[in-house]
Design a protein around this ligand. Structure first.
Ligand code: ACO
Length: 157
């Protein structure tokens, strides 16, 4: 099944609604780090039959640049196109808000994410060395690779 035929709704989360921490923590293991960037971000969700199945967080970095700080899909629904749907929709929102560039960062160990973001038009721009070592209390491993650095990717809007 693809996202197109699952009757998904993309909408901004109202600031009074509860944040979908169950999803946000899939993309970022630190609640403290999440809470810090949520203060200056907009949260969007994908809903299916009124259930939140995905989330994407957009932070304003400057008048021209926005960053996707967090993107996550319910584990049981991953691999069905919802991540792609979230990114395509947030790119549209960023364009409507007149940002000129949208960027996203992911770990050197996040192989699938690096694939997905490049497939959707992002290009690598920068490596933030030792970001995960310096900012997270516990070592993080994916696919047997330690998450040490952030790879930044961006695309013009
Ligand atoms: N490994 C390999 N390929 C992947 C992966 C993966 N982990 N994730 C997505 N893909 C590929 C799919 O195979 C698909 O490829 P295709 O178009 O060639 O068929 C394409 O990417 C699109 O996949 P979707 O089904 O749209 O992706 P999904 O709905 O699973 O969402 C996401 C991707 C958000 C990364 C999801 O897997 C997830 O929630 N992961 C856990 C949280 C996470 O790691 N978030 C990103 C952290 S970085 C950040 O937040 C800025």
């Amino acid at each position: 099944m693809t996202a197109e035929n699952q009757s998904l709704i993309f909408r901004q989360l109202d600031e009074h609604e509860q944040k979908p921490y169950n999803l946000l923590l899939l993309a970022d293991p630190s609640r403290e780090v999440i809470d810090e960037y949520l203060k200056s971000s907009l949260v969007f969700v994908a809903e299916q039959n009124t259930e939140i199945v995905g989330t994407v967080v957009l932070q304003t970095l400057s008048e021209e640049i926005a960053e996707i700080k967090n993107i996550a899909v319910s584990p049981v629904l991953q691999g069905q196109g919802i991540g792609k749907y979230l990114i395509e929709n947030i790119i549209t929102i960023a364009r409507e808000k007149d940002f000129k560039t949208i960027c996203i960062g992911t770990a050197n160990s996040s192989i699938g994410q690096l694939y997905l973001y490049q497939k959707l038009g992002f290009e690598m721009t920068e490596i933030r060395k030792n970001f995960f070592i310096d900012n997270y209390p516990e070592p993080i491993y994916e696919h047997g690779i330690q998450a040490k650095h952030i790879i930044m990717l961006a695309q013009e809007l």
